[in-house]
Write a protein that binds this ligand. Structure first.
Ligand SMILES: [Zn+2]
Ligand SMILES: [Zn+2]
Length: 435
């Protein structure tokens, strides 16, 4: 093979491509249900946006960004995450003037040059939402609720929501200096990278997966006891809101999230049975990000969800939400049939919102039935020249292995009747009823 997809990337083909597509659509539907509107930002941004937004010292900026100079000498980066671009667009497009809050959602590929492993790719697909302009703790709970809503809608279980509050500009520096002090005393036990980070970015040390580092920080002070009154109050209010929404959670005072811009609420949804990459959705508050990027002081909170990991979670739980996503109708023609009439029926079926297809390979009836099977067709219409003469066609129900004759002029109505009848147990059909 001469050409291969670049390392850490992959092609999605049917049925995985349909599954991913369907999941993205479901996630977008849930976000629309919560009053969020789509925003589409470029895949390329200036490298500086991420340096400033995510933090110079973050793993993403130091090792994982795909940055390059284009032919005009402009320094560009394939976006590694979605929040900084949305914040940039919010400022640049003056979205604040349209009224706050701005509730925006996005869906698209992100790029990080990480070591590829199960659940970690160099190009991955994220959906996410940002609620910009409000400090109401309810909006934090709402952002969290979106993922929970989606998981429940997909029939998923076996996940835990971990919640923390990482403090604000007032209380966080106090905690950081206390943490630096603590780390200073255990420095010989830390890995090389953490020794460097201990003073620069002490929070990251708490995130290190190195065994020796984990042991060394086991007794490190946690943010909880340093929260200021306002952060404490917010944290309590977010928990109360989650309770009222019947969303269960666990407090994890060690969860700091990898990006510099987080303040206040931070959260992660982790799934059982996914190995090391078990965080499917995560996010938090970023009340200083927009100001840091040159906008007016504006609070925000958001989340992002990895679609590949969501697929892993569904697979791990044996769920296939699009199992029933199949073709409604395959139209098979027997030898000698008037093809124009067959194609007329095909066109009418599609006009009526029935997903339908037919043979374009000049195959015999048996091979056409095979194709209908491959496309997981629900019904097959078999049209023969003698039947057409009599004004009849045969409809075969592939699931029930039954077939019956119907008058050709009523074929579309009969198919619609049938599809409507089985809709109740079959919510994921492509058949569109609400036209
Ligand atoms: Zn605070
Ligand atoms: Zn370490």
């Amino acid at each position: 093979m001469k050409y291969r997809a670049p390392k850490g990337t992959f092609d999605l083909v049917y049925p995985d491509s349909e599954k991913a597509n369907w999941l993205v659509r479901s996630a977008c539907e849930v976000m629309a249900l919560y009053g969020y509107e789509r925003i589409i930002t470029p895949i390329i941004e200036s490298a500086d946006l991420f340096r400033r937004g995510i933090g110079d010292d973050s793993d993403i900026v130091t090792k994982e960004m795909y940055s390059f100079e284009d032919q005009g000498g402009e320094s560009l980066t394939l976006r590694p995450e979605g929040t900084a671009p949305v914040a940039r667009a919010f400022i640049e497009r003056g979205l604040a003037s349209r009224g706050l809050p701005q509730k925006l959602y996005y869906a698209g590929p992100m790029f990080r040059r990480e070591r590829p492993q199960a659940g970690r790719f160099r190009q991955f697909f994220q959906v996410g939402a940002e609620a910009i302009g409000s400090v109401d703790p309810f909006i934090d709970a709402e952002i969290i609720a979106i993922s929970d809503h989606l998981f429940k809608r997909l029939g998923l279980s076996g996940y835990t929501l971990f919640l923390n509050n990482v403090g604000c500009g007032e209380c966080r520096p106090k905690y950081m200096s206390r943490l630096s002090e603590f780390l200073g005393a255990v420095i010989p036990a830390l890995c090389g990278e953490c020794q460097r980070r201990a003073s620069l970015n002490p929070l990251r040390v708490l995130d290190c997966k190195n065994g020796s580092c984990r042991r060394a920080v086991a007794d490190a002070p946690t943010m909880g006891s340093y929260l200021c009154g306002r952060c404490r109050e917010n944290f309590d209010a977010v928990m109360m809101s989650l309770d009222r929404l019947s969303i269960t959670f666990e407090i994890d005072e060690r969860m700091v999230r990898g990006l510099d811009y987080y303040t206040g609420t931070a959260f992660e949804f982790q799934f059982e049975g996914l190995g090391a990459q078990n965080t499917v959705s995560a996010g938090g508050r970023y009340d200083y990000l927009i100001e840091q990027l040159g906008g007016p002081p504006t609070p925000g909170v958001g989340y992002s969800l990895g679609v590949e990991r969501l697929v892993m979670a569904l697979d791990a739980q044996g769920l296939d939400p699009c199992e029933r996503l199949r073709l409604d109708l395959f139209i098979a023609g027997a030898p000698g049939v008037d093809r124009d009439r067959l194609l007329d029926i095909l066109a009418r079926a599609r006009e009526e919102g029935i997903s339908a297809d037919t043979d374009v390979m000049g195959r015999g009836l048996k091979a056409q039935m095979k194709q209908a099977d491959r496309m997981r067709a629900r019904l097959v219409l078999i049209i023969g020249p003698d039947e057409l003469e009599r004004g009849e066609v045969t409809v075969r129900d592939l699931d029930a292995s039954e077939q019956w004759q119907i008058p050709v002029e009523m074929v579309i109505e009969k198919v619609i009747d049938f599809l409507k009848r089985i809709m109740g147990s079959n919510q994921n059909m492509r058949f569109v009823t609400d036209k």
